[in-house]
Each structure stands twice: as C-alpha cells, then as structure tokens.
Design a protein around this ligand. Structure first.
Ligand code: TPP
Ligand code: SF4
Ligand code: MG
Length: 290
C-alpha cells in the first residue's frame, strides 16, 4: 500500500488529504497490550511490510506464548499457535508441507531464548526458510516479570529482586549473534522500537528479512529490542529512555550478518541444502549499524 496517498477527490469534499492509512491487515481492534508496550509497534511494522510485499494471502504465521499470544487477533493472516518456545519447530513443519507459503514466527525472549533455545538453534542450523521476529524486552512479561536469559545484569525482576547477579544467575545471552554464526542463517539483525528513527531502521530490517525468504534464502531473524514498562516498573517514557541507554549498550543495534539470498532457491523441503554460503562459514559476526 502507499502511505501519504492523496484522498480521492469527491464532489463537495473539503481540501482534506489522506496522509495516513492503517494497513488492512492490521485488524480494527483494541489490543490487550499495556500502555506503551512495544509489541504493538512491531505488529504495526509487520502489517505495513506484509502489505507492501503483498504477503498476507500467502502468509502462515506462528504465534508465541507470551504477551503476544493473541497476535492472531490483530493481524489478518493465517496463524498457528505454538506451545511456548516451539514456534520454530511448528514453522519447520509448515515449511515442509507448504513450500510455497511465506512462513513467519513471532516470539518473545523467554519464548525464544529460554524454553525454546533448542528449537531456534536447530531451525537456524538447518537454514529453514522462515523469518523469525524476536521481540526482546528482557523479561517474562506475560507471567509477571520474571528474569529471562536476556535480562540485564543488575536488573531487578520478580525472580531477581536484588538485581541479576552474574555469579548466581549467569550472563545475558546475545542469542542473535550466536545464531548469526551459523551458516544456515542468511540474515540476522537487531533493531529497536525506542524512537522514530529506530522504528524506521527496524522496519527496513524486517522487510529485508522477509525479502530474504521470498528470494529463496535461508533462515532470517530480526531481534526487536522492546520495552515492558509494567515488568520493568517504569513509566512508558522512562522505559523508552532505558531502552535507548543500558539496553542498547548491552545489545548493539545493526545488521549482524547478511549473507544475501542465493539465487538458488530452496528445495521443496525448505532445508539449507544448495544455498550458497552454507558450507562451513564460521565468521564471528558483530552488528554494524544499518
Ligand atoms: C511450556 C510452558 N512453560 C511455561 C509457560 C509459562 N509462560 C507463559 S508466557 C512465559 C514467558 C513469556 O515471556 P516472553 O517470551 O519473553 O514474552 P513477553 O510476554 O515478555 O512478550 C512463560 C514462562 C507456558 N505457558 N508454557
Ligand atoms: S506485560 Fe510488558 S510485554 Fe506484556 S503487554 Fe504489558 S508492557 Fe507489554
Ligand atoms: Mg519478554
């Protein structure tokens, strides 16, 4: 769709111009998200991108367990609900039986980087032709703000009331960098919903990740650093400042790896076989600013 499209002229109409239109794929419903929550921004970007790439009719998305569990109530595309952490495994099954579909997963950090660690690592290692949207708000939002693998050192949560202590609870995991080392990963990037410029860059990243799949590339993932004002015990504005400060410091923004989408499209199975760059690459990826 085209944003900023002039409204069609009609007899007697005022000089009003349509400068903004909600993508149709974003359903006309209020969400259950807390005020200021970043999940809604990511939904909005997905709606815009899927519309721009004409994907909705071909999309099968996999909803997570977590605050975004009701994503299927807000985005008008086909959805499958996966058990907590298992979205990449469910998406793999969909890919195998529907090779022509556009397959999208949406997961939080508890979902993707804790209970679902095995599933995401092996889907990435297989180079599954799926696009993963990873919303990292550094906490288990849905269940009351417990510590996640991504929780910052020193961060207070309901299960680390004195702050995360590395000696007791280990260090935060930069899982997107870990995944990016796998040759099955065609594209990996990290953006943020913290401000308008960040949202614009995040949109470009998600769009690129979708195009990688459309062009026959392997696994693509975009981590969206997001806020959880409620779980963090902050106002929405405070949470955005926190996101721009300590969170971005711990999780650098940018494209971590872009191996390009090979012209040699995947076989029907959707695995990594036959894709360029899949043989034994072992670069040590670091984000570069998009
Ligand atoms: C198998 C299983 N284990 C645990 C849970 C409980 N549970 C539901 S949501 C959640 C964590 C959600 O955190 P995250 O994935 O980061 O999403 P957020 O709510 O922060 O967006 C957990 C542990 C569950 N529903 N199923
Ligand atoms: S608990 Fe956090 S992640 Fe969940 S809806 Fe509220 S602000 Fe968003
Ligand atoms: Mg979370």
């Amino acid at each position: 769709m085209t944003l900023h499209t002039p409204a069609p002229a009609s007899p007697g109409a005022s000089a009003a111009r349509l400068i903004y239109r909600k993508p149709d794929v974003l359903l006309d419903r209020s969400t259950h998200y807390c005020p200021g929550c970043g999940h809604g921004i990511v939904h909005r970007l997905l709606a815009e991108i899927m519309t721009e790439l004409e994907l909705p009719a071909h999309t099968i998305a996999v909803a997570p367990v977590g605050c975004a569990v009701f994503a299927y109530d807000y985005l008008n595309v086909d959805f499958v609900e996966a058990p907590h952490g298992r979205a990449p495994a469910v998406a793999t099954g969909i890919r195998r039986v529907r090779p022509e579909a556009f397959v999208l997963t949406y997961q939080g950090d508890g979902d993707l980087a804790a209970i679902g660690t095995a599933e995401i690592v092996h889907a990435a290692a297989r180079g599954e032709r799926i696009t993963a949207i990873f919303v990292n708000n550094g906490i288990y939002g849905m269940t009351g703000g417990q510590m996640a693998p991504t929780t910052l050192l020193g961060q207070r949560t309901t299960s680390s009331p004195d702050g995360r202590d590395a000696a007791l609870m280990g260090f935060p995991i930069r899982i997107t960098e870990m995944l990016a080392q796998l040759p099955g990963v065609t594209y990996a990037a990290r953006g943020t919903v913290a401000d308008v410029a960040g949202i614009g860059k995040l949109k470009s990243m998600i769009k690129r990740a979708c195009q990688v799949q459309m062009n026959g590339g392997g696994f693509s993932i975009v981590e969206a650093l997001s806020n959880c004002p409620v779980g963090w015990g902050m106002t929405p504005l405070e949470s955005l400042e926190h996101l721009k400060g300590p969170v971005v410091e711990a999780y650098p923004l940018g494209v971590i790896v872009d191996r390009g989408a090979s012209a040699s499209a995947q076989s029907g199975s959707g695995g990594a076989l036959g894709r360029a760059g899949a043989a034994g690459e072992s670069d040590a990826p670091r984000p570069r600013e998009a």
